[in-house]
Design a protein around this ligand. Structure first.
Ligand SMILES: [Zn+2]
Length: 464
């Protein structure tokens, strides 16, 4: 944030230069899939997060930390709450918010019946604005502070998204969806060249503007021609060093994989289609990856790609189930985060996804601990997006994006948690109960943009 912007904010919205947030504090520092669990997190039963200029200045035990910072004002104190890094949602579609929860059968039929007609409405900027506004209120009220988000074909859908993100000051990733075949006329790009040029001009407009980041987004292989995939690959690779992403779907359903094989007979696998067009790289994020061959995992690992586990979508669409133990195989691990995959997923909550991730694992007798789950939901998600040096943990120098989890969101939850001892036992219960109001507050760049118990629950960072 520039100093000029700070002068614009005034009155009751003014943030002290240095402030403290007190409560239980949990943060992650290493990947529990590969390190001793006790070395992977810090937990302070009475902790303090010191924030200055939108960044974490310090974190630690309250008494120790406050002594180190004379002049620090404790602005917020939370009883029976855990302050943790804001959640990172590695894959979802804001443009599907208007059709979440629609009845369906298979992925491809569901797309044709509900998704495509809904996305076609985003040519209208006012429809896009209205949806973006509602979408941000949903994710912020669930503690999500960074997300990797599909828009749709139209520039209006991208502008509406980033404009709303800018108002909150959130770090977000999105981009125009590239799709020039096998979908309805009103959603289809007219030419591969023009579509990729449109994507590039949106990239120029948005990438690196404040906290906004751009992704090259071919929807999935079947809805792009060879020409579009090739040009998308060229665009991605030529801007990779500037931190531009590639975001798409991979290996979600059996009939999808068969379709890809028939459209790209020369490719060794679905993953190989993306490789051939230069779409695999360290900032490529692949959603789903449910039905992967070993060679495909190896290929993603070799290219440094991230993957998004979208468990409620796996269960809702009933197509494939993600195997976290395959993704995190120490022989060729892939960076792995959690995605709500709205609207294939059934809610906007990363916390609730962890409850579903546990069930998806148990269908194959693999249990996912709360520590591993919450790691993937925060620091692991940040690593999937190659942002672990900026977000995903409460550590000095990182951007001060945090979620405050209420350990007594309802009368029953409060009573139930009396019978749990450790913080991870309690968090596991909360992810399993999946209550809608578990997040008490959400901070973005050190500013409280959501407060469950305030009259005006949401507040823009930028009040212009
Ligand atoms: Zn998706």
């Amino acid at each position: 944030m520039t100093s000029k912007k700070k002068h614009i904010q005034s009155g009751k919205d003014e943030v002290p230069t240095m402030k403290g947030i007190r409560g239980q504090v949990l943060t992650f520092k290493a990947d529990p899939f590969f390190h001793d669990e006790k070395d992977c997190y810090d937990f302070y039963p009475d902790g303090l997060v010191a924030v200055r200029d939108g960044k974490i200045l310090d974190v630690g035990h309250f008494e120790e930390t406050i002594r180190k910072h004379p002049g620090l004002t404790v602005t917020d104190t939370y009883e029976d709450c855990v302050i943790m890094p804001g959640f990172v949602d590695c894959h979802l579609h804001y443009v599907q918010s208007p059709m979440i929860g629609s009845y369906g059968d298979t992925l491809l039929n569901w797309l044709n019946t509900y998704t495509f007609p809904t996305e076609a409405k985003f040519k209208d900027k006012s429809f896009a604005d209205m949806t973006a506004k509602m979408f941000f209120r949903q994710i912020l009220s669930q503690g999500t502070t960074t997300a990797n988000v599909f828009a749709t074909t139209f520039a209006e859908s991208v502008d509406a998204f980033f404009e709303e993100s800018e108002r909150y000051g959130t770090r977000m990733i999105s981009g125009k969806v590239l799709q020039d075949r096998n979908l309805p006329d009103q959603l289809r790009d007219r030419s591969a060249e023009e579509s990729v040029m449109a994507s590039e001009s949106l990239m120029t407009k948005w990438h690196g503007r404040g906290r906004q980041m751009y992704a090259v987004v071919p929807r999935f292989a079947p809805t792009s021609t060879d020409a579009q995939l090739r040009l998308a690959g060229e665009l991605y690779r030529s801007h990779l060093d500037e931190g531009v992403y590639m975001h798409t779907h991979l290996d979600e359903a059996e009939n999808e994989i068969e379709w890809v094989a028939s459209l790209f007979p020369e490719a060794m696998s679905y993953t190989d289609v993306y490789r051939r067009f230069g779409l695999l790289g360290p900032r490529s994020v692949m959603a789903h990856c449910c039905l992967m061959e070993e060679a495909e995992w190896q290929m993603l690992h070799d290219h440094g790609c991230g993957v998004a586990h979208c468990p409620s979508s796996n269960l809702f669409l009933g197509d494939g189930q993600f195997k976290f133990w395959e993704a995190k195989d120490p022989a060729r691990p892939c960076r792995t985060g959690i995605g709500t995959d709205v609207g294939g997923g059934t809610n906007f909550s990363v916390l609730r996804q962890l409850g579903e991730a546990y069930k998806v694992g148990m269908l194959q007798s693999q249990s996912l601990s709360a520590l591993k789950g919450f790691y993937m939901a925060t620091r692991g998600g940040a690593a999937t997006l190659r942002l672990e040096d900026r977000i995903g943990s409460i550590s000095p120098g990182n951007e001060a994006d945090m979620a405050v989890i209420d350990l007594r969101p309802t009368e029953f939850a409060e009573w139930r948690l009396r019978f749990s001892e450790s913080i991870f036992d309690k968090l596991f219960v909360l992810q399993t109960l999946g209550l809608d109001n578990t997040v008490k507050a959400t901070y973005v760049g050190g500013r409280k943009v959501y407060d469950r118990d305030r009259d005006e629950r949401f507040s823009y960072a930028d009040k212009r």
